[in-house]
Design a protein around this ligand. Structure first.
Ligand code: DGY
Length: 329
């Protein structure tokens, strides 16, 4: 059988080559380096057996209908899969896969730590200061930040990425680690000395709070007004998971009221916008204690190649009639 695959946006070569090397594969890749317009997506998936999607594509009932009843698989090029209607896919017995990989975990964990450093050592502010030609003489009070060493990091979600962050910070920076999760993570506790806390206790105790949970109904707006009020006014929040886990309106309000010291964001509730309304966008842009990156936590050569290879391997397993290594339930 010939498997017709549609790739919604070009991804690193390694996975594409793996797929092209299989004689049972007919590959079509959206040719423009831009997000595929919805209308075009609906047109291009028609008759395809497999869709290799990226996280900006909402793969819902409409897309599955447009593809047709032969659609067997949706291979998401991302660890997260909140862009896919899993219930609808399950109803139709469509296999859904994601791309968890050690390289991706490493990359996102590193990016999380980079955001922490950028905030604590005021790197972005300092860079802007230098570029503006404002540095005239060394000053004992200039751009004073804070150290990570000895501080408390609160990790919300201790899956592979959250655990990777813990490992780096407890080993490398002797940070005290507290965490919360749906269950105790005994292995992490033994390896790093991390201590389990309720969410509220973690928020009260932490100098840095980092989010590593998937976007689910139960995690939507997990961090909102009440939670910001529990945090120390000297604490920083880091989000490299999914935007809607933080109530961004409440976040901007907490920053305005100085309820927290700052925030590092890689993901946004109304992505690609940095906030959901113009006033919040304007204020976030002006705040110096805010460090923003464009959903690039996994944007390293190594991680993106691993994601591409993983997506392809999931597809090849499916074609060979095997359960793909990263089937999502
Ligand atoms: C993911 O994989 O879910 C990231 O958000 C993008 O790499």
């Amino acid at each position: 059988m010939l498997y017709k695959i549609f790739v919604t946006r070009s991804i690193p070569d390694v996975g594409i080559k793996l797929l092209q090397a299989n004689k049972n594969v007919s590959l079509e890749i959206y040719e423009r380096d831009q997000q595929i317009p919805r209308k075009e997506l609906l047109k291009r998936v028609r008759g395809k057996d497999i869709i290799l999607s990226i996280l900006t594509e909402k793969i819902d009932k409409e897309v599955m209908d447009a593809a047709g009843p032969q659609l067997k698989m949706i291979a998401n090029y991302a660890v997260g899969f909140d862009n896919i209607d899993l219930k609808e896919a399950a109803k139709r017995k469509i296999v859904v896969t994601n791309t968890p990989h050690e390289r991706v975990n490493e990359s996102v964990a590193e990016h999380t730590v980079a955001l922490m450093f950028a905030l604590a050592h005021r790197i972005v502010e300092a860079d802007a200061f230098m570029r503006a030609g404002k540095y005239h003489a060394w000053n004992p009070h200039l751009l004073i930040g804070s150290d990570l060493v000895g501080k408390t990091i609160g990790i919300i979600g201790t899956g592979r990425i959250g655990s990777g962050v813990v490992q780096r910070l407890s080993d490398g920076f002797k940070m005290k680690v507290v965490y919360t999760d749906i269950a105790r993570n005994k292995e992490l506790e033994q390896k790093t000395g991390a201590k389990f806390r309720t969410l509220d206790a973690l928020l009260k105790e932490s100098d840095f709070v980092s989010l590593h949970v998937p976007l689910l109904k139960s995690t939507h707006h997990l961090i909102s007004t009440k939670q910001f009020r529990l945090m120390k006014p000297t604490a920083f929040l880091i989000n490299t998971s999914r935007g809607p886990i933080v109530d961004e309106k409440a976040l901007v309000e907490a920053l305005r009221n100085k309820e927290i010291a700052g925030v590092g964001l890689d993901v946004y509730e109304c992505e690609p916008f940095i906030a959901c309304n113009p006033r919040d966008i304007r204020d976030l842009r002006r705040m110096k204690n805010v460090v923003l990156t464009p959903h690039t936590a996994s944007a390293t050569i190594e991680a993106r190649a691993a994601m591409s290879e993983t997506a392809a391997k999931n597809i090849l397993a499916c074609i060979r009639g095997k359960v793909p290594p990263n089937a999502v339930k």
